[in-house]
Design a protein around this ligand. Structure first.
Ligand SMILES: [Zn+2]
Length: 269
């Protein structure tokens, strides 16, 4: 394993958990290194200078030194503390939901600049928006795009015909909208025309503009269902491909050791 030299990186703190008596493990998200799990030593002691700089839902500059298994945070300076995300339970809940998506979808030591900028921009917007939920919807559409699962919102994903404004369906597993004829033949979930219009509007608009749209409770619940289905598809297939890659690596290791054992046996005989 190549050792990584001590480095400095900007990162957003996604979450943290306690370690031992006084330490915490912080999950950082860096534009250049993706997800980093690093130990903040002594931060649960009352006089820790670092504790205020490693809070979840904040952005900072971190010094990182390689430790035995995880990096050690050598120093931390807050760049954005987003107090509004900490003082308001609704904003905090939405911000934590975005953090969790990023946490589940990023790898250790893989650059993730565009996703980092998307998360940072969404946190900025969440801090001041009148409609925190809309920021999450807006984020989710772009998150899906970046993960390679851009929902199709123009042509039917089943028959490729142009979809009309009404009577359509949404088939997350097939990647987007289905036309009225395909929907009536049993494909996808109902996609009401206000939600269809909202999806298309969100795709082409800023998050600030999206947050100005009035959405009633029914449309909000329907949109949540469609976005959740798309996210599940994306994260599921990601988990599958991740475990497939892991299986492959394991199989290679096992295969290699089996081959080595066979060679050793041959030599003995
Ligand atoms: Zn169709």
């Amino acid at each position: 394993m190549p050792r990584i030299r001590p480095t400095r990186t900007e990162a957003i703190v996604l979450r943290q958990r306690s370690l031992g008596e006084a330490d915490r493990i912080c999950v950082l998200f860096s534009p250049t290194r993706g997800r980093i799990e690093a130990v903040a030593k002594g931060v649960r002691k009352p006089l820790s200078k670092m504790s205020g700089h490693v809070e979840p839902l904040s952005r900072g500059q971190f010094g990182l030194a390689p430790g035995r298994s995880l990096d050690i945070i050598t120093d931390a300076q807050t760049l954005d503390s987003w107090p509004e995300l900490h003082d308001d339970v609704v904003r905090m809940t939405e911000a934590l939901a975005l953090s969790e998506l990023v946490d589940r979808s990023t790898d250790i030591d893989v650059a993730a600049g565009p996703l980092y900028q998307l998360l940072r921009h969404s946190f900025d917007a969440l801090a001041v928006t009148p409609s925190p939920k809309a920021i999450r919807w807006w984020f989710t559409l772009r998150f899906l795009d970046q993960q390679g699962y851009r929902p199709e919102l123009s042509a039917c994903v089943r028959c490729r015909s142009e979809v009309g404004p009404e009577g359509n369906g949404y088939a997350a597993g097939e990647g987007g909208v289905v036309c009225q004829r395909c929907y009536e033949s049993g494909i996808g979930q109902r996609l009401s025309s206000p939600v269809f219009r909202l999806l298309r509007y969100m795709r082409r608009s800023s998050c600030e503009a999206t947050a100005q749209v009035r959405v009633d409770a029914d449309a909000s619940a329907e949109l949540e269902r469609h976005l959740r289905s798309s996210l599940e598809q994306t994260l599921d297939s990601r988990l599958r491909s991740r475990s497939f890659a892991e299986d492959l690596a394991r199989a290679e290791t096992i295969g290699r050791s089996a081959a080595l054992a066979a060679t050793a046996k041959e030599r003995e005989e």
